[in-house]
Design a protein around this ligand. Structure first.
Ligand SMILES: [Zn+2]
Length: 166
């Protein structure tokens, strides 16, 4: 006698299967950086300096309903710290950063660059005291659009295209 469950198949072609709508595969565990400004995905990866061997999926110039074009980065089995998330926000202020566990979003990092922060960036002024005293940079966000920060020590304004990450 045929058991009911034997009638169930896992045929990929079945019309009952939902059509894949995502442009990049779903992440089981790790971090998703979404709504990155188009063209900033690879820069984020360079700045994050992930552990060697980390699996990363990168989407460049994906179509976004709300932003036109966007980049998307999925990092497997790695959860971004607050400081790492802040770096991403300094590169791409509108990014959303989601921590994924077992396919579910379990946390989101702040979506905006910090108002004031230490470390993260290096002051671009070679004469700034932070270089001779070997102290961490300290900055305040002067303007959000275009993103500009000011060094607390020498008061130099640094625009996003000049950022040197610590
Ligand atoms: Zn400075």
């Amino acid at each position: 006698m045929i058991q009911p469950q034997e009638l169930t198949t896992h045929d990929e072609e079945s019309p009952l299967m939902p059509k894949p709508t995502q442009q990049v595969a779903k992440l089981k565990q790790g971090t998703v950086l979404d709504h990155l400004r188009a063209g900033t995905g690879l820069r984020c990866l360079r700045v994050l300096k992930l552990p060697p061997g980390t699996t990363v999926l990168v989407g460049i110039n994906l179509t976004s309903k709300s932003h036109g074009k966007k980049d998307l980065v999925k990092i497997e089995r790695y959860e971004l710290s607050e400081a790492e998330a802040a770096k991403v926000a300094l590169i791409s202020p509108d990014a959303t950063i989601s921590i994924i566990r077992d396919y579910k979003v379990v946390g989101k990092h702040g979506l905006h660059p910090p108002i004031a922060f230490r470390g993260l960036l290096r002051c671009t002024n070679p004469a700034c005291i932070v270089h001779t005293e070997r102290i961490a940079g300290s900055f305040v966000v002067e303007s959000r659009d275009p993103l500009t920060v000011r060094c607390d020590y020498c008061e130099r304004s640094i625009t996003a295209d000049q950022f040197e990450f610590a």
